[in-house]
Write a protein that binds this ligand. Structure first.
Ligand SMILES: Cc1cc2nc3c(=O)[nH]c(=O)nc-3n(C[C@H](O)[C@H](O)[C@H](O)COP(=O)(O)OP(=O)(O)OC[C@H]3O[C@@H](n4cnc5c(N)ncnc54)[C@H](O)[C@@H]3O)c2cc1C
Length: 338
């Protein structure tokens, strides 16, 4: 539903389809391909998995930025069927094939050591812990069947008319997935035989993608984003590495620290412009650093609402609790963190 009162810069989001396939009656897709998508050899494993969803309600009915559910086989620790897990769609709205029949996602293997989850779990058990669904997805081979639900999500999508806005995309890790689809959608467009081709217009708005990663080798879809920035002067790709020295010798930094450092020469006017929309996707909590900087620099108007309970607290003194409970994103600040 569109809002009756439209604030300055507030985007008009498209009506999206949701929950066409419930997890209680999943559909079945077929894996088309499954390959690593990191930049180099890394301690983590992230894959680009393409799934053919033809003949299901999902085909032609998802949008870039939405997610879908995967139902891994087997039973959980309580003997119940494994629960659905959500994964971002990494494809443009027309999918990998141009007809909305093949979607891609970007699962990262969850590999850890066991830690007690219940009071009765022994403290000393530190054997290997493998996340159920991420490893299931990463193990799949072309031709394998996968049960899925979806689509899910209605807020983390591109506006109906992208030409009315500029875009600041902030990602960490697999949070890059929706921005792959969105960037392809805004800049590359559908193939010639796609039903989406006739209505597509290249977006000439300013698009800034800031991708945070611990090491350069962990960057995802790096070649694609470099290629896009080479061919589209309105698209700017900034890999931000936290555990390596920068090219200028400075210390590694997180996405919000990069933005703060570059505010004066690069982002201040963009953030003050009512055209700008901010999209944040990745690690839970990554939005906190940005919220604090927006507040401190007087750039929060349009992106944040601050509860009157903390109206007199200077933003530099906002606590984690304030940021979690008292500072809320507006319709110009879309957040998908997990
Ligand atoms: C909207 C949305 C989009 C998402 N998109 C993506 C995406 O594009 N790519 C992606 O990789 N993920 C994505 N996720 C996360 C994804 O849904 C899963 O949460 C993730 O893959 C882990 O699932 P799993 O089944 O592998 O882990 P699980 O088996 O469900 O384990 C999950 C958690 O339980 C803890 N845990 C459970 N038991 C133990 C134990 N015995 N010892 C230690 N720890 C334990 C672990 O710390 C772990 O964090 C998304 C989530 C959301 C909500």
């Amino acid at each position: 539903m569109k809002n009756a009162v439209h604030l300055v810069g507030e985007p008009t989001l498209p009506e999206v389809k949701m929950h066409l396939i419930p997890p209680t009656a999943p559909a079945h897709g077929t894996v088309v391909s499954n390959g690593l998508c990191m930049k180099g050899k890394s301690a983590s494993f992230v894959r680009h998995v393409c799934i053919d969803v033809s003949g299901t309600e999902m085909a032609g009915n998802f949008r870039s930025g939405q997610s879908f559910g995967v139902l891994p086989p087997g039973l959980d620790a309580f003997g119940k069927p494994e629960k659905v897990r959500l994964y971002s769609i990494a494809s443009p709205t027309w999918g990998e094939d141009g007809h909305g029949r093949v979607l891609a996602t970007t699962p990262k293997r969850l590999i850890s050591e066991r830690s007690p989850q219940r009071k009765s779990d022994p403290l000393s058990d530190h054997r290997l812990f493998l996340g159920v669904c991420s490893n299931y997805l990463c193990d799949l081979q072309p031709g394998d069947s996968v049960s899925f639900s979806g689509p899910a999500g209605k807020r983390f999508v591109l506006p109906e008319d992208p030409s009315q806005h500029d875009f600041l995309f902030l990602a960490t890790g697999t949070g890059i997935a929706p921005f792959r689809g969105m960037a392809m959608e805004l800049l590359q467009g559908p193939p010639a035989d796609s039903p989406w081709r006739a209505d597509w217009k290249k977006c000439t708005s300013r698009i800034e993608l800031v991708m945070g990663s611990p090491y350069t080798t962990d960057l995802l879809y790096d070649d694609l984003f470099k290629e896009l920035s080479l061919h589209h002067s309105n698209f700017h790709y900034h890999p931000v590495i936290s555990r390596e020295l920068r090219n200028d010798g400075g210390k590694g930094e997180y996405t919000h620290q990069f933005l703060e450092r570059r505010l004066g020469d690069h982002y201040d006017s963009m953030l003050r412009n009512p055209r700008t929309l901010i999209y944040i996707c990745g690690l839970a909590g990554m939005q906190m650093g940005l919220f604090r900087i927006l507040g401190e620099k007087g750039l929060g108007t349009g992106y944040l609402t601050v509860d009157e309970v903390i109206a007199d607290v200077p933003p530099r003194e906002w606590t984690e609790e304030h940021l979690k409970r008292r500072v809320r994103p507006t319709h110009r600040c879309m957040i998908e963190v997990y």
